[in-house]
Design a protein around this ligand. Structure first.
Ligand code: SAM
Ligand code: SF4
Length: 443
């Protein structure tokens, strides 16, 4: 008789959260919990939350509210809240959502099976939000026959020390802790032997990898990339995210020297105005940022650049916003994620008086997004006629078409009657540019 229980995990937010959800699924599988896509059938539910903007937090609360009924019908159902909202809200979460059994901050998810057992025995919700200065996430060493996807995230550090004034991350994920190089190598080597072809090295500010380690054992991020690039079977390496202040020339050089490092750099700028960057505590000026962009393009002329931008930061006036628009025109990013500023206590900017109305934030955001959309299309058109190497992702939604990702991180669709496997490399000539993707023909 199959005695497995079912677990449903809902993930909000960034790649760090996606990776944390994978870790939790892996830990719970050892306890005989089988993942399900059907929340109604679940014996346990994990809501892995994000608090970076108010909207993300509201979404999590709305899902949790809707679970009240399911818990009433099935009192044995276990509901856990993890991630940044859990860390931030702690006890308040239980007061607001008394049907929640467990509230676990990001640094404690590795204890999840134990905590689930403890929570079962308690009438009231269990709260585990203490922070640690050690790297606690266990290595992911799946069995060879587990059927892994062709690409995986590998966490190389947790937390952040930068305290950009708008950002909640240093409060919810704690101080920077780099994972030991030997553990990263062990995990990547194991994944490669399981058939994984692409690795994305993950951290809030990967450029400062190693800064917290002692002098004798310190490995810089560029050194780490060079080591990982040598691991047999790894065809592609990516990383995210980077604060531009820590982007070194040594890292730029990696793009020129390392064949399997993909030509894409996500370099969040946040604003084009020096005045606002200073208020954001970003620790670079636009001039310095542009110097780095120019140098990066010298090392790797084909590199695709993407960014993050916040509009409506307290004190941002029309001139500051224009400076952001000028920057976007100047750099001509291949893509950008842009957001309306959202006040996130206890981040420092909550003490700054908000000067931009909700309507004005929306106006600025749509001007920015409309222009960026055009630039992205112009950038896509530049690829027409070029040959790009794609890593196959799978069949496209359209019949008879396949979908792959270029080294520059573009989605490319092409027609073929051949059968491909995810992770396989093929070459295509780009024929057509759309807003969100490219079309090509197999060569
Ligand atoms: N570590 C990255 C860096 O230094 O740029 C950023 C990671 S953060 C999780 C992702 C993005 O969310 C940021 O780049 C920023 O654009 C956006 N973000 C963070 N806090 C925000 C806030 N309070 N309001 C609006 N957007 C925010
Ligand atoms: Fe947040 Fe700044 Fe750290 Fe990025 S570098 S996670 S924006 S505090």
């Amino acid at each position: 008789m199959n005695t497995s229980k079912h677990i449903y995990i809902e993930t909000f937010g960034c790649q760090m959260n996606e990776r944390d959800s994978e870790i939790m699924a892996q830990l719970m599988e050892k306890e005989d919990f089988v993942p399900t896509e059907d929340i109604a059938r679940a014996d346990a539910i994990i809501v892995n939350t994000c608090s970076i903007r108010e909207k993300a937090e509201q979404k999590a609360y709305s899902l949790l509210g809707s679970l009240r009924r399911q818990k009433q019908h099935n009192p044995d159902l276990l509901i856990a809240v993890t991630g940044c909202v859990a860390q931030q809200e702690g006890r308040k979460m239980i007061a607001r959502m008394p049907h929640v059994d467990l509230v676990v901050g990001p640094q404690n998810i590795y204890k999840l099976p134990l905590l689930f057992n403890q929570a079962k025995k308690k009438d009231k919700g269990l709260i585990v939000t203490e922070q640690s200065s050690a790297f606690l996430i266990p290595p992911f060493l799946p069995s060879m026959d587990q059927g892994l996807p062709h690409k995986r995230f590998v966490t190389i550090m947790q937390g952040c020390n930068n305290f950009c004034t708008y950002c909640i991350v240093p409060y919810t994920r704690g101080r920077e802790v780099s994972r030991a190089k030997s553990e990263i190598i062990r995990e990547v080597s194991h994944l490669a032997s399981c058939g994984v072809k692409e690795i994305t090295l993950l951290g809030q500010n990967v450029n400062s990898y190693g800064n917290d380690q002692s002098k004798d054992e310190r490995t810089s991020f560029p050194e780490l990339i060079r080591i990982v690039a040598e691991i047999k079977g790894i065809e592609r390496i990516r990383f995210t995210t980077s604060n531009p202040k820590d982007l070194s020339e040594e890292l730029m050089r990696c793009f020129a020297d390392i064949d399997n490092l993909c030509s894409h750099f996500h370099l969040p700028v946040q604003s084009g105005s020096n005045r606002i960057l200073k208020k954001m505590n970003r620790k670079y000026t636009i001039e310095k940022y542009l110097d780095k962009v120019a140098k990066l393009r010298e090392y790797s002329p084909e590199i695709a650049l993407t960014t993050d931008i916040i509009v409506g930061f307290p004190g941002e006036d029309e001139e500051d916003f224009q400076a952001t628009m000028n920057l976007v025109e100047h750099v001509r990013y291949h893509g950008a994620f842009s957001f309306k500023y959202s006040s996130r206590p206890p981040a420092k900017s909550c003490d700054f008086k908000e000067t931009v109305s909700v309507e004005e934030k929306s106006r600025r955001l749509s001007i920015l997004q409309d222009r960026q959309k055009e630039i992205t299309l112009e950038r896509h058109r530049e690829y027409i006629g070029q040959v790009h190497e794609l890593m196959i992702e799978g069949e496209s939604k359209v019949d008879g078409q396949w979908c792959g990702r270029s080294r520059t991180n573009h989605t490319v669709n092409f027609e073929s009657t051949m059968i491909f496997t995810p992770g396989q490399l093929v070459n295509v000539r780009i024929d057509e540019a759309c807003y969100n993707s490219l079309r090509g023909s197999l060569i």
